[in-house]
Design a binder for this molecule. Structure first.
Ligand SMILES: Cc1ncc(COP(=O)(O)O)c(C=O)c1O
Length: 420
């Protein structure tokens, strides 16, 4: 390929994708959009630089101005997360989990986390970070519905593990990727004190709801560490963070932070940090309203999908307390076929396994769809539009219609809200 041709190809494809996604109902639960203000500080000279270490204690010269910014953004993050200390040098949620799991466990230790069908993330499981770090991984027992951790059964599991001569339970991981309802942080933190294990809460999906005060407050409820991405319900640049509970000693926090640098980072992609600061400021001003609207939208969408004949999960619990809605589409051909059909109509969601589903039976076409409303909320959608969207889902999945034109109409002239 000629250089000029290839250049034009890349430029036009980037434009094409941006324009197309602007005409879509983007409902992947792990995505969001940043504001023009945030974008304006994202690409800067910091994009080219290194700043190993902590503000005003770096290994390289030239970081004075960046140090002032990172110090300020850390203060914003600590206030928003009500944390004793935060580490912003994680380039993603997965990297944050590698660091956090290695802070709380050693190879060969046992941990308990949620299985993938029950909502756990890859990094909590054997194929991801937890497996890579050579932990013995047990899955949380859940109640019959599959969406709640069964605390009594977990107590029994903890006893069994701790009576074993070969291993010890060093930590549990709460939070997840399919995450409709709060987890029992207080109960398990109390148990952890009796049984000698630590609690990591992975807030990747719900960070924006936590900061906005619309979900549980894991550090206040007793979690030792909170790991997160910064770009799902929290609408920052893509990246990660770890927040530390104020009950941890300065010495253990200092020791833990060595697992971030030099453990899993050298360059921490400095250009993210001013952009992250803008996101924290946007949340300071509008976080509560945005988080409240997000949860209201999720509940409205779930209710409307159910009324339109789709099988929405967890009806007996009010469907959801987060930004997510889970739908069993096995009668409509399964998650893969349904997600593909929706994409043909510019509705972007992902196939997802549902609780208790046997992943080996149907690895490529799980029963469910996972739908997130946080990005639509940021683009100004409200409950009445959730009802319209539910009808579009029915048109596509039940009546086999293509609704691309209606979606284009619904997404036209949308601005990004909740900015400063
Ligand atoms: C619960 C949870 N933790 C961690 C991650 C990984 O985050 P990242 O994509 O930033 O590595 C995800 C990703 O979706 C997630 O759902």
């Amino acid at each position: 390929m000629k250089v000029e041709e290839a250049k034009q190809f890349i430029i036009s494809k980037v434009r094409e994708s941006g324009e197309w996604r602007g005409e879509c109902l983007n409902m992947i639960a792990s995505e969001n959009v940043t504001s023009p203000l945030l974008d304006s500080v994202y690409i800067s000279d910091f994009y080219h630089r290194y700043a190993e270490g902590d503000p005003f204690s770096r290994y390289y010269q030239g970081t004075r101005v960046f140090d002032e910014i990172e110090r300020m953004v850390k203060t914003l993050a600590k206030d928003a997360l009500k944390a004793k200390e935060v580490d912003l040098r994680l380039v993603s949620g997965t990297v944050a989990n590698i660091a956090a799991i290695s802070m709380l466990s050693k190879p060969g230790d046992s941990i308990i986390s949620s299985s993938i069908p029950n909502g756990g993330h890859l990094s909590h499981n054997v194929m991801g970070a937890a497996g890579l770090l050579q932990n013995r991984i047990n899955s949380f027992p859940t109640t019959e519905d599959g969406y709640h951790i069964d605390v009594d059964e977990t107590k029994k599991l903890v006893k069994i593990i701790n009576e074993s001569a070969f291993t010890r339970l060093s930590m549990v991981i709460l939070g997840g990727s399919l995450f409709l309802f709060p987890h029992p942080v207080k109960e398990l933190s109390d148990l952890g004190k009796e049984e000698g294990f630590k609690v990591l809460y992975d807030a990747a999906h719900v960070l924006g709801l936590i900061v906005g005060g619309e979900f549980q407050q894991p550090l206040r409820e007793g979690a030792d560490l909170m790991s997160s991405s910064t770009h799902k319900t929290f609408f920052g640049p893509q990246g990660g963070l770890i927040a530390f509970n104020s009950k941890l000693s300065d010495e253990s926090i200092a020791m833990f932070r060595k697992n971030v640098f030099p453990g899993v980072s050298s360059n921490h992609h400095l250009h993210r940090i001013p952009a992250l600061g803008i996101a924290f400021l946007e949340f300071k001003k509008h976080g509560r309203e945005y988080a409240r609207q997000t949860v209201k939208n999720a509940k409205a969408l779930a209710q409307a999908l159910n009324e339109n004949g789709l099988s929405v999960e967890a009806e007996e619990f009010g469907f959801t307390e987060s930004h997510q809605v889970a739908v069993d589409v096995s009668k409509q051909g399964g998650g893969k076929a349904c997600a593909q059909k929706l994409e043909e109509s510019n509705i972007i969601v992902n196939k997802n396994s549902l609780p208790k589903e046997n992943l080996k039976e149907n690895p490529d076409n799980p029963k469910g769809l996972r739908i997130g409303v946080q990005e639509l909320t940021r683009r100004g959608f409200k409950e009445s539009e959730m009802k319209e969207i539910a009808i579009l889902f029915k048109e596509v999945l039940v009546n086999n219609k293509n609704v691309k034109n209606k979606v284009k109409e619904l997404t036209k002239n949308r601005k990004i809200e909740y900015t400063i």
